[in-house]
Design a protein around this ligand. Structure first.
Ligand SMILES: *Cc1c(COP(=O)(O)O)cnc(C)c1O
Length: 393
């Protein structure tokens, strides 16, 4: 893209794209595992980093590179690293930034496997982890130890919709020599730019909003500092967490409509939230766009919009929640989020079933919590679906 000052929507369409000899309008799928060197010297130069040619797809590939440059420009970072999944992005970051006997502080309500891999796998290498409610920064300060290296936050958090103050965390990280990593999956760079707010690393499950069509799994990491970028790139390449060229093509296609998809989903979400807030069978609702959300003002400050994710509880608790899920007709009863289609799920019996009772309680995941990812269908149909399902409770 020739204009470095182009706006966000222009970047969505053009950033990272390059011209090929045929004048392709989109970045083609370079479905090749390996790349020919022009001669022995060129091969040696590629390996020595003196020449820019591609070598092998686990290390780099033109289609994947286009995606990395696209998302890097959206997040205002130094450079990006695409991965096979969101979890591959998370484990590559852990591997690169943690070491034996080091310590990480993480949001308690963080994505389940992002917590599980620390507790069950990294713990075997003496990596210590503290999970705290990061929406209150006092808890972070209290958890800092001499060996703390990373402050890892997810905001809004999954599925409680708790919001953590990114700028305040960046200040704490700076003062204590920690690296601040933000999982920006729930917001996407359209709604929230953690690097601009002082974070060191931002990562995504591109499976969700960035790709947006529920048809691939993938991840991406964007770093602000060249040295941090190099470390994470090394871990990704050596552990083999690379994305595939076809995956990258799909994400490049999906990301082009990121802002118009989110605009529409948010508009729907506001209507759905208002409907739920006034429904007699709903006990409570958590949506950052509602004034009764405890961090509504913070959300307004650090996000460009309130997104399309919400959670709510029914007066009948767990059983009522199950009945609701058995009677929706339009919303898909499925995990994941951020796609064009509306999804509904029950974390206590599904995504967070493996989390212990006390950890669930500490993370605010109650048995009655229903998670709702609002899609881009007609708002009247989404609300109508909920209304008819409520009649069965
Ligand atoms: C889905 C998700 C992940 C994991 O991503 P995968 O692509 O499923 O590996 C990480 N963080 C958040 C917030 C997610 O929603």
């Amino acid at each position: 893209m020739k204009n470095p000052n182009a706006g966000f929507n222009t970047k969505l369409i053009h950033a990272g794209a390059f011209e090929d000899e045929f004048g392709s309008a989109t970045v083609p799928i370079y479905q090749s595992s390996t790349f020919k060197f022009k001669n022995a010297q060129h091969g040696a130069d590629c390996f020595a980093g003196k020449s820019k040619g591609y070598i092998y797809t686990r290390i780099g590939n033109p289609t994947i590179r286009a995606l990395e440059q696209n998302i890097t420009s959206l997040e205002n970072g130094f450079d990006g690293i695409a991965t096979s999944s969101g979890m591959a992005a998370i484990t590559s970051v852990y591997m690169a930034l943690l070491g034996a006997n080091s310590h990480i502080i993480s949001t308690g309500a963080v994505y389940g496997p992002a917590r599980g891999v620390l507790e069950q796998d990294f713990s075997r290498f003496n990596v210590e982890a503290s999970f705290v409610d990061t929406s209150n920064t006092k808890n972070i300060l209290e958890a800092i130890r001499p060996n703390t290296r990373v402050l890892y936050i997810e905001t809004p958090a999954n599925p409680t919709m708790d919001i953590t103050d990114i700028e305040a965390c960046a200040k704490i990280a700076k003062e204590h020599g920690l690296l601040l990593v933000v999982d920006n999956t729930f917001s996407s760079p359209y709604l929230q730019k953690p690097l601009d707010l002082g974070a060191d690393v931002v990562l995504h499950s591109v499976t969700k909003f960035i790709n947006g069509h529920a048809d691939i799994v993938g991840g991406i990491i964007v770093a602000k500092d060249p040295e941090v970028y190099k470390k994470i790139r090394h871990s990704m390449v050596f552990m083999g967490c690379n994305m595939d060229p076809t995956q990258a093509f799909m994400v490049l296609r999906g990301v082009k409509t990121l802002s118009i998809r989110i605009d529409r989903a948010q508009e729907n979400a506001k209507k759905v939230a208002d409907f739920l807030a006034s429904h007699p069978k709903v006990e409570w609702i958590r949506y950052p766009g509602l004034k009764n959300h405890p961090q509504h003002e913070l959300a307004k400050k650090q996000m460009k919009g309130f997104g399309s994710m919400m959670s709510f509880g029914l007066k009948g608790g767990y059983e009522a929640g199950r009945k609701l899920m058995d009677h929706v007709q339009l919303a898909l009863l499925a995990v994941s989020l951020g796609g064009v289609e509306t999804l509904i799920q029950h974390p206590a019996s599904m995504t967070h079933a493996g989390v212990s009772k006390e950890n669930k309680k500490a993370a605010g995941i109650t048995d009655d919590l229903v998670r709702f990812s609002v899609g881009i269908e007609d708002a009247e149909d989404i609300i109508g679906d909920l209304r008819q399902a409520f009649e069965h409770i």
